[in-house]
Design a protein around this ligand. Structure first.
Ligand SMILES: [Zn+2]
Length: 326
């Protein structure tokens, strides 16, 4: 097993990419999010697999992993990405906060990763895994809620893959059931594998909405599995197999949805601008009206003075009038 949160600091010694750039996971907070109107709802093709086919579920010593079929792929990305496998990350029974990505600093209970490779450019996942455009991973955040029958289609087999290298067969089902209903709201950024060798080769799509599993289902995930083989004298529980969040300097995450805060800010700016415009227009209107009124008053005054001046002609020459003109 790869060392967990305490041991991951040592990864870069053996795997230099783990100490490099574009590392995952990250925290999604408002400062780094940028709304992108070009992000389309994801379209998943071939995800509904017949129950006559079987997925292979394996305990690989650091997660539980289910192989997927090459007939499954994602549309609406720059290339066609074909499914390869899915696996999970989780915490432990005392601290069920094992998601890798976080939202505004908040951890979720667990996280599913559905791994795809760029099948337009590469022949398989092994060839694609270290290429900058090699992989696309869909990430689903899991929290505690009601019982989830779709996740149970995987979780019910945990007793058969308790130990490292054990394998079970899972009857086919619609993998899309594992995703949230809304496939149009997600975070998108370029990052890396979250386990060694941490290649920066992943186009991440992390769905905005989480899915729920029951407390009992989560407990099964947190307690059923071991990193070690059946006869190991020192059995090691498979817990806390998530990586801590990574630095995300001078990069932005594209988001396909408008944040409520962003909408409120826009509304405030709109109404603020509207009120300001009305105020300026009103003040200008009053100034213009006052100017016109003053001009009319002056005009009337001048007319009266001119009439008075004409009457002066008949006055005695000594009785001088002020020669005021307008
Ligand atoms: Zn993963």
């Amino acid at each position: 097993m790869f060392p967990g949160p305490d041991g991951e600091k040592t990864w870069p010694k053996k795997y230099p990419f783990c100490g490099g750039v574009f590392q995952s996971p990250i925290d999604f907070h408002n400062d780094i999010l940028q709304y992108d109107t070009t992000l389309l709802p994801l379209e998943l093709v071939g995800y509904n697999v017949s129950s006559t086919a079987h997925f292979k579920l394996t305990n690989n010593g650091h997660s539980v992993r289910m192989s997927l079929f090459p007939t499954m792929h994602i549309r609406n990305l720059p290339f066609q990405y074909t499914a390869n496998q899915l696996h999970l990350h989780w915490g432990n029974r005392n601290k069920p906060e094992g998601s890798e990505h976080t939202i505004s600093g908040k951890h979720f209970a667990a996280e599913v990763h559905i791994v795809h490779y760029n099948s337009d450019k590469y022949s398989d996942v092994t060839e694609a895994i270290d290429k900058s455009d090699g992989l696309a991973v869909l990430a689903v955040l899991i929290e505690i809620g009601t019982f989830n029958p779709s996740y149970e289609k995987i979780f019910s087999h945990f007793q058969n893959v308790k130990y490292k290298d054990q394998v079970a067969l899972v009857p086919g089902f619609d993998i899309q059931e594992l995703l949230p209903d809304r496939l149009d709201e997600y975070y998108r950024y370029e990052g890396s594998l979250t386990t060694p060798p941490c290649y920066p080769s992943v186009l991440w799509t992390v769905f905005r909405h989480s899915v729920k599993v029951s407390q009992e289902q989560l407990l099964a995930l947190e307690t059923a599995l071991y990193c070690t083989q059946p006869n190991d004298p020192a059995p090691l529980e498979m817990v806390n197999n998530f990586r801590h969040i990574q630095e995300f300097d001078e990069r932005l995450v594209s988001v396909s949805f408008r944040q409520m805060l962003g909408i409120l800010t826009d509304l405030l700016l709109f109404w603020g601008g509207f009120v300001l415009s009305v105020t300026v227009a009103s003040v200008l209107g009053i100034i213009i009206m006052l100017a016109v009124a003053f001009w009319l008053l002056r005009k009337k005054c001048c007319q009266k003075e001119r009439e008075d001046n004409r009457r002066v002609i008949y006055k005695p020459a000594t009785d001088k009038e002020d020669d005021n003109t307008c």
